[in-house]
Design a protein around this ligand. Structure first.
Ligand SMILES: C[N+](C)(C)CCCC[C@H](N)C(=O)O
Length: 288
């Protein structure tokens, strides 16, 4: 099983993550808290209370963990395509796989990465939602002191299944939408590249960026539900399950709730995925 794809996925995932983290913090806060009037309001309040550092809360942890998960996505995707079409990464430009194969390989990668992602994503979301300012003498300390403390507290209070809160919503979110992600990327690359040539850097950036946006548009309704289920158990709301979370969110806040964070998600998705695909393709090319 070729392993370079895993390593390239890891590095490119880390680069994308750093670029996208400030957007991600605003998104998580908008989706799970009701104190903000919109993106700008959330950015201003975060900056006032927590300074620029507020946007980077909980970033070291995703870099160490979620970038590894990205390696599962790209590694499984590429190896699934190899199994389906018997072409390696290098041969695929000359013998392009069918979109059905790309979709199936993307869904397989998405499904497998979702389970690896679940506990890390849960911890990320819980840390991002701590809005207390940086330590001031006399103010109460935040509930979680950091990722390890957060994981230990969840384990202690809710047991190992607590770490997989929202995992179902995450799997449903990621399986089809990562199929869409790779199909969009491939389709755009092929549209913008003359026959028989490799896509240019500009093409890879644009195709990666739009793959990110389109897959996030499709993923946003389940992303909202996923984040809410991850926060439940901590405070006010407890849901009976996925369906209960969908129904009660829609009843209380209207159908618009399913598109919370869509704008910020799309704004984040373009640069993150442009850089992810560019560095992934570049690394694989330079390793031959
Ligand atoms: C499929 N879905 C849209 C949910 C996720 C796509 C993930 C792609 C990239 N790691 C990112 O963070 O944007």
């Amino acid at each position: 099983m070729p392993a370079e794809e895993f390593v390239a996925g890891w590095i490119s995932g880390a680069l994308g993550l750093v670029l996208g983290h400030p957007f991600d913090t605003v998104k998580v806060r908008l989706q799970t808290q009701t104190t903000y009037r919109g993106i700008v309001d959330c950015m201003v309040k975060t900056y006032r209370h927590e300074s620029l550092l507020g946007f980077f809360k909980g970033m070291s942890f995703p870099i160490a963990s979620i970038s590894v998960v990205n390696s599962v996505l790209f590694g499984v995707y590429s190896n699934a395509l190899l199994a389906l079409t018997a072409t390696s990464h290098q041969e695929r430009r000359a013998q392009p796989p069918s979109y059905t194969h790309v979709f199936i390989a993307g869904c397989t990668g998405g499904f497998l990465q979702a389970y690896c992602l679940a506990p890390f994503d849960l911890i990320k979301v819980r840390l991002q939602n701590q809005t207390e300012p940086r330590e001031k003498p006399g103010s109460p300390p935040p509930r979680y002191r950091g990722p390890v403390h957060c994981a230990a507290s969840i384990l202690q209070a809710e047991g190992p299944q607590g770490l997989f809160r929202g995992a179902w919503a995450l799997t449903l979110r990621d399986t089809p939408t990562l199929g869409i992600y790779f199909v969009t990327y491939e389709w755009l690359c092929r549209q913008l590249t003359p026959e028989g040539q490799n896509p240019s850097s500009g093409t890879v950036l644009v195709a990666g960026g739009f793959a990110g946006i389109i897959s996030w548009v499709a993923a946003t309704p389940l992303d909202v539900i996923k984040s809410r289920m991850q926060m439940a158990g901590l405070k006010q709301r407890a849901y009976l399950g996925l369906l209960d979370c969908i129904v009660s969110s829609a009843r209380q806040e209207g159908l618009g709730v399913f598109f919370r964070g869509l704008t910020i998600n799309s704004a984040r998705a373009f640069p993150v995925n442009a850089i992810t695909f560019l560095s992934y393709e570049y690394l694989l090319l330079s390793w031959g």
